[in-house]
Design a protein around this ligand. Sequence first.
Ligand code: PAF
Length: 282
Amino acid sequence: MNTVKTVLELRAAVARARGEGKRIAFVPTMGNLHEGHVALVEKAGQRADFVVASIFVNPLQFGPNEDLAKYPRTLAADQDKLVAAGCHLLFHPDVEEMYPHGQEGQTRVGVPGVSEGLCGASRPGHFEGVATVVTKLFNMVQPDLAVFGEKDFQQLAVIRTLVRDLNMPVQIIGEPTVRAEDGLALSSRNGYLSTEQRAQAPALHRTLQQLAEAIRNGDRQFAQLIERGQASLASAGFRPDYLEIREALSLRPAQADDTQLVILGAAFMGNTRLIDNLTLEL
Ligand code: PAF
């Protein structure tokens, strides 16, 4: 696997692969890779001949009080994991390469509707930062397809909408969340948890499962279900950020006769904000 730091080198390497008739897959990441990322790269390898990954901790998608500075940077270990997963090319630009004219006046991409509410409400500007960097990365790599994790359910909806609305010729593939044995969704931020917090953290997934079970059993009193869910999160030591039941395709608030639902939760364990979701077909 070759690691390149500039757009020029990236474009040359992708052009070579294209010249050989290869189909290009892309997996954008912020590094600190875990098995969830590995699954994305492996899926990319099943769908294409040449897999490009990126590692870039994108400052544009972090709020002023968020964890940009302490976000783990683990390049050497990440490179080993990418090689083992079958990645062919790693793009690892620095901030100046991605934003050579600074971040202030940078053209930004907004995706109204799906970006609003949920994480969009708790993290103002976050999805604009994500949509902007993903647009730039897509223009740099020009992949045939790109793979994203379903753990960031709203992010995936934002990217699908972005690609549809701006006619980007990229197929978007969602890959199911990879979980630890106790159900906790794998996330780079799990590394911030103390041993005790880590032991409590699966309660987020358990709460989503309890809500899903109640809905499957016919309960459609969504407001009451959410109240119960919030209480169960709080009793497990979480400070709930949001817990919502939405229609899975549009992300609008769920109605009693919807058949495709998603339950989305975000909650703080200490200072660490964890997110998770569960989809339900009724
Ligand atoms: O999901 C992530 O890791 C990031 O939001 C992404 C898509 C790589 C954009 O920076």
